[in-house]
Design a protein. Structure first.
Lengths: 608, 634
């Protein structure tokens, strides 16, 4: 947009960026202090910056105890509950263990939490910042803050969202990071500056085993306090790292471009590819004052390789090292120039050739790509990243167009449910008996709906929908409605065919993903305990309790179920047709011990 | 179909990925070492958790030049000599007829003698104990041995159902190994992705067997000898040892046959006595590399790149892998070349990608091979629509046909529970008259079969993801389909008297899809679910061939009436006895659905017939001494 400054666009004061940068370097030089805190004035709100110092020992970059090739470990969900896939609970984000441990140590110091809390109470704009490995700590601090201070405080006042500003940060989280951040709408809060030849943002794309020989030596020269500024092994190190970056990026590009060759998978099982991926907003400094802003994680990953194609050993020595320290000057110049390109909107049609005779904004984009030194291959990879994003949006539009059909079919099942209730047998049991044509038709609707929802789940499993999808309110609502209305029919069908005898209890062995996912959407959105919203499958619990027929042993479970059912019925989350005289539920309940029934919270419903 | 504008050419980026990994250079280094240090043998090494086995390219192979067997020296892989080593690898044709999977006789002999007379097996098993990833590799004929060893290993691993070891085969300038049936059998087993053949642009050896070589026997001897000398020591390369005239003759012959092989279009098939590639090919040049897995495209590129060669470059290129691999490792890295000129501005992403791929293949726009090469990559792209997209579409298609299955279920239910004939759905369908309801079910049966057959066809032709048959959704759906609908297929088979034409269903009439689904179900991940005893009859009979067995058993009873030969008669009775044990077992365990027990079902009829027969037999027991001593009578 013409005239809009970078700071306005990314909603961070430019003075604050510069301040964060100089403080980040200052932090390295304050021995003994893991972080510095500085109050800044000049913005609309009083601001406070937490900057974290870096560390330069190998053990603080790659943990040797995580047992994984890239020193990664699953995140602690108590600290970072949002860093996971919602539908597929097995997909928990992985984080670089060494960086996490360093952050955790700081979190454990009594002063840190206190100072953060004070800043929140004082309604200050909080900024977490850092350079190099200090940046990694800043990122984790921000994520921790976002998950723990929620969007809303207990007293209902809107929290002031924090900012994270990093300089030359290494990658530290796997692909679940960008996925979760987009879903939570947090990716705007992370601003990462990297200069185009800085080796540090690329290091964790290399398996530590491939660089271990030189790594400590190189870290020593990357330490700003170090008197040594270069080393003969640096070129070698640089080449090894970039070789590994090429593996990761070309592998990603094969997938983005839809390679059909199964050899890709075979090779992948033979080599170790870094799990780490970029997330948040990246701002690449081209080295001549221009800035390129990209949020698309796939595109950033490609740029990490293609923007860093140094030719000779001399070039590597000259740029590869120096650029890790050049952020202050680089920012000074580029914030002055305000020559900024926002690449995300152009990814799909970036010019393929450097001398493309394009005009207008496309020409500005092209000039910036030339400054980054992007070849045609690089530009094709950017296009593929843009195309993939577009494809996800197309998929979502297609899924959205099914909404009406889903609503209509739900309406038919609702009518079926009403009809059954009028005839004094609940729809669960009517369906289970499957006697009339109308039962058969309801079954066909059930199967058709399953098809529509399975399509969504399939796409989600393969990350073919926008990352935001599982946070969309209208889908969470529709999913809940569907789940509450139709899942009882799936359960009825399951127990009608006695499939529990072939495969085990419905809830353990057979519950379809379309219900598991939609339940988790609601639980995550409402911040409910995992598994608490099982109102749609209480029938399965009833069936299992009934077939076990050991009420005394199961009493704890029975009490729990009764309590939950009474809450759900009162809250209107489920209907009350289960209390009709001949229902599976009523028959089972009547067989419960007399003493229990008298005191049961469901007695009033059953006696009506 | 995705629009071409939004698609990308990936043959080049895939090769880039391959080149960026250490696999290729580590393989080649060991190959080179094996050539010089272990002629006629192999070497073993382990690097970073991956085990490498390299077979020397210095091998004396019989019959490369002469035509011993009358069909280009191909022999069936499933012959006595191989003693079942490759038993998992069969080429299933569309119909019952199987085409023989054939490989080069001389190469097979080399492999077998290595297998029998060296510690090859022992070494491989030792490696498998230490490593979960094994790369088999070789230069020249060593590459062919590596391919055969890989086939053996894959076959072995499949026979013991061990998914734990990953196997990958890298060959460098390997001659072709077998015929098109071999290639299709490998696709069927989904082993294509385990083979990667690196071929330099002009190398004559990978193209050699496209031509019948018997006219050039003496020339070939000199050529192979020359290669052996040079491979043992790469520093001694003296191309002058080979007369130009000789090189020319071989080159022209091979070029002519490569050209005619490349004329084949999609859909056409080469003769069963022609050699044919399988797996992926990586074509490398001085400017880069591309990786292609469509066989037709591979054959065309083998020809097109060869057509830019000269007689001497075609001979020399076989010894240049050191250079190519070296370039491959460093070429793209740190390079900003490959900027297309402004004239390409209007190209779509896809067109631009194809042109970059050609740049990497060193085919420039003024060469006659340029246009055909472009067409070739485009065709390969069209034929390889992304497997993932296909499987996503299949998931949708599955949900669309599920209502058809629901109708069949409803049919079963109404037949089993409400029909006044009391026959169950199997017999109702078998004896059906002309009713709308039965017609509709038959229609659904046919539509469902078509869906699953199409799916299997896609699987056979590598159009689905490699782990497709492990996806619970399809494993479960296919199993359920089989249990519900196969009885109808059996009913149709016996209704139309096919058993009299082709033989009984289980052996002669069963569709391949059901056998495949059996395999999927057997190989699925089974949890620790307890196998509780059933409290009531299953909703579907758990042996989907139950009715076919009933039909056979009924025929046996029928036959006993006319059988006069006592030996044959006692055999029949033994069969009937076995069936009875099987059937009463499955009924007792309640693994059958209620339709089996319907009053007028074929099974019930069989029980009655058998009862009658037994009482008849008991009246004349002396004829069958010993038969009733067993526990036949329940």
């Amino acid at each position: 947009m013409v005239g809009e400054r970078l700071g306005e666009r990314i909603k961070v004061r430019e003075e604050l960026i510069k301040k964060a940068c100089s403080l980040s370097f200052k932090a390295h030089k304050s021995p003994g202090k893991p972080y510095l805190l500085e109050k800044v004035r000049g913005g609309a709100l009083p601001e406070v910056i937490f900057v974290f110092s870096g560390s330069w020992s190998v053990g603080d970059w790659f943990s040797s105890t995580s047992g994984k090739a890239f020193g990664e470990t699953k995140v602690d969900l108590d600290l970072f509950p949002s860093l996971r896939n919602i539908g597929n609970v097995d997909e928990v984000a992985a984080v670089n263990d060494a960086f996490f441990k360093r952050f955790n140590e700081i979190l454990m110091t009594p002063s840190f939490k206190k100072e953060v809390n004070k800043a929140v109470t004082d309604k200050k704009q909080i900024v977490f910042a850092g350079h190099s490995s200090g940046a990694a700590t800043a990122i984790l601090a921000t994520l921790w803050f976002l998950d723990h201070n929620g969007q809303v405080q207990p007293n209902k006042t809107q929290i002031i969202t924090p900012r994270c500003i990093t300089f030359g940060s290494p990658l530290l989280g796997d692909r679940i990071f960008p996925h979760s951040l987009r879903r939570e709408n947090w990716d705007n809060f992370f601003i990462h500056f990297i200069t185009k030849h800085d080796i540090v943002p690329r290091i964790t794309l290399s398996p530590p085993s491939s660089i271990q020989q030189d790594f400590q030596t190189i870290l020593n020269i990357l330490n700003p306090k170090s008197p040594i500024t270069t080393h003969e092994n640096f070129s070698n190190f640089f080449v090894t790292v970039m070789k590994n970056v090429q593996s990761v990026t070309s592998h990603a590009a094969c997938n983005m471009m839809g390679s059909t060759n199964p050899l890709l998978q075979t090779i992948t099982s033979f080599v170790q590819l870094s799990p780490y991926r970029p997330f948040g907003t990246y701002i690449l400094c081209s080295g001549n004052g221009k800035l390129v802003v990209v949020k698309n994680s796939d595109a950033v990953l490609q740029l990490l390789f293609y923007s860093c194609q140094l030719k000779s050993g001399e070039e590597i020595r000259d740029f590869g090292l120096k650029e890790h320290f050049g952020y202050e000057n680089e920012l000074e110049e580029s914030l002055e120039m305000q020559n900024v390109v926002y690449l995300d909107n152009y990814l799909k049609e970036v010019p393929l050739s450097s001398d493309a005779s394009v005009v207008g904004e496309a020409a500005t984009v092209n000039a910036a790509l030339n400054d980054l030194g992007l070849s045609t291959r690089a530009r094709l990879c950017l296009r593929a990243a843009g195309e993939l994003q577009e494809q996800k949006q197309r998929n979502e539009r297609k899924i959205n167009s099914n909404k009406k059909e889903i609503e209509e079919k739900l309406k038919i099942i609702q009518d079926y449910q009403k009809g059954c209730t009028l005839r004094k047998v609940g729809y669960y049991d009517t369906f289970k008996i499957q006697k009339d044509d109308k039962d058969f038709h309801a079954n066909v609707r059930r199967v058709e709906l399953a098809g529509l929802w399975d399509e969504i789940i399939e796409m989600l499993k393969r990350y073919e929908l926008p990352d935001e999808f599982e946070g969309r309110k209208e889908w969470i609502e529709l999913g809940t409605k569907y789940r509450r209305l139709v899942e009882p029919l799936d359960i009825a069908n399951y127990y009608r065919h006695s499939k529990n005898e072939d495969t085990g209890p419905y809830l353990v062995k057979a519950r379809p993903k379309r219900y598991r996912y939609t339940q988790r959407w609601l639980e995550h959105a409402e911040r409910m305990a995992q598994g608490s919203s099982y109102e749609s499958c209480f029938w399965a619990e009833v069936e299992e309790l009934k077939s076990r027929n050991k009420p005394d042993e199961d009493m704890k479970k029975i009490l729990e179920l009764e309590r939950d059912i009474s809450v759900w019925v009162k809250g209107g989350e489920i209907g009350s047709d289960m209390f009709l005289g001949e229902s599976t539920f009523a028959k089972w309940w009547r067989e419960l011990p007399e003493g229990h029934k008298r005191g049961s919270c469901l007695a009033q419903f059953m006696n009506n | 179909m995705e629009a071409e504008a939004s698609s990308f050419e990936t043959s080049e980026i895939l090769a880039t990925f391959l080149g960026s990994t250490p696999l290729l250079s580590d393989s080649w280094n060991l190959c080179r070492h094996a050539n010089s240090a272990a002629p006629h043998g192999f070497l073993v090494n382990r690097i970073a958790g991956v085990a490498y086995v390299a077979f020397s390219g210095v091998q004396t192979v019989a019959g490369l030049d002469s035509d011993l067997t009358g069909c280009r020296n191909l022999v069936a892989l499933d012959c006595d000599a191989t003693a079942g080593l490759f038993s998992e690898l069969r080429c299933r044709g569309g119909e019952a007829e199987e085409e023989p999977v054939m490989v080069h006789a001389g190469m097979l002999n080399l492999f077998l003698s290595m297998f029998k007379y060296t510690d090859f097996q022992f070494q491989i098993f030792e490696l498998m104990k230490q490593s979960k990833s094994i790369v088999l590799t070789g230069h020249s004929i060593g590459g062919t041995i590596a391919s055969l060893s890989t086939l053996y290993l894959l076959s072995y691993l499949q026979s013991i159902s061990s998914p734990l070891t990953s196997v990958l085969c890298f060959t460098f300038g390997s001659p072709l190994l077998g015929n098109e049936s071999l290639s299709r059998a490998i696709l069927h087993e989904r082993w294509g992705s385990n083979f990667c053949h690196v071929v330099s642009k002009h190398d004559i050896v990978p193209r050699l067997l496209l031509a019948p070589l018997s006219p050039l026997t003496p020339h070939l001897h000199s050529l192979l000898q020359y290669y052996h000398f040079s491979m043992k020591d790469l520093t001694v390369q003296n191309i002058q040892l080979l007369p130009n005239e000789m090189k020319n003759e071989i080159f022209l012959l091979v070029l002519a046959y490569a050209e005619s092989s490349a004329k084949l279009e999609g859909g056409q098939r080469p003769g069963r006595e022609s050699f044919w590639p399988f797996g992926s090919y990586v074509f490398c040049t001085n400017k880069g590399a591309i990786c292609v897995d469509n066989e037709i495209a591979v054959v065309k590129l083998l020809h097109l790149m060869f057509s830019t060669a000269s007689a001497s470059s075609s001979v020399e290129d076989h010894l240049k892998y050191e250079e190519y691999v070296g370039k491959f490792l460093s070429w793209q890295f740190l390079k900003t070349e490959g900027l297309l000129e402004g004239e390409f501005l209007d190209y779509s992403s896809y067109e631009a990608g194809v042109r970059l791929a050609l740049q990497s293949s060193e085919i420039s726009s003024h060469e006659p091979a340029f246009e055909p090469a472009i067409q070739c990559l485009k065709t390969a792209k069209r034929m390889g629509r992304t497997p993932n997209l296909n499987s996503a579409n299949l998931a949708i298609a599955l949900s669309k046909i599920t209502p058809l299955r629901a109708q069949v279920e409803w049919y079963k239910k109404t037949c089993d529970e409400f029909d006044e004939n009391r026959m169950g759905y199997y017999d109702t369908f078998k004896l059906r008259g002309a009713s709308k309801r039965d017609d509709k079910v038959n229609m659904n049966r046919i539509k469902l079969a078509r869906f699953w057959d199409d799916l299997i066809h896609m699987l056979d032709t590598n159009q689905l993801p490699h782990d497709f048959q492990k996806r619970a959704k399809f494993v479960n759906a296919s199993h359920f389909y089989k249990l519900l609908v196969e009885p109808l297929d059996i009913a149709e088979y016996y209704r139309t008297g096919m058993h009299r034409v082709k033989g009984h269903y289980v052996k002669h009439g069963r569709e391949r899809r059901y056998e495949i689904f059996d395999r999927w179900w057997r190989n699925r991940k089974v949890g620790d679910e307890e196998n509780n005893n059933r409290s009531k009859f299953a909703s579907l009979t758990q042996d989907s061939c139950f009715w076919a067995r009933v039909e056979e058993a009924r025929e046996w009873i029928e036959n006993t009436r006319s059988e006069r030969d006592t030996r044959k008669l006692s055999m029949l009775l033994e069969n009937i006895d076995k069936f009875e044990q099987y059937a009463s077992g499955i009924v007792e365990r309640k693994e059958v659905s209620t339709d089996v027990l319907a009053e007028n079902s074929s099974y019930h009829l069989w029980v009655k017939e058998w009862g009658e027969l037994k009482s008849q037999l008991q009246q004349f027991p002396p004829q069958f001494p010993g038969f009733f001593e067993g526990n036949v009578v329940p």
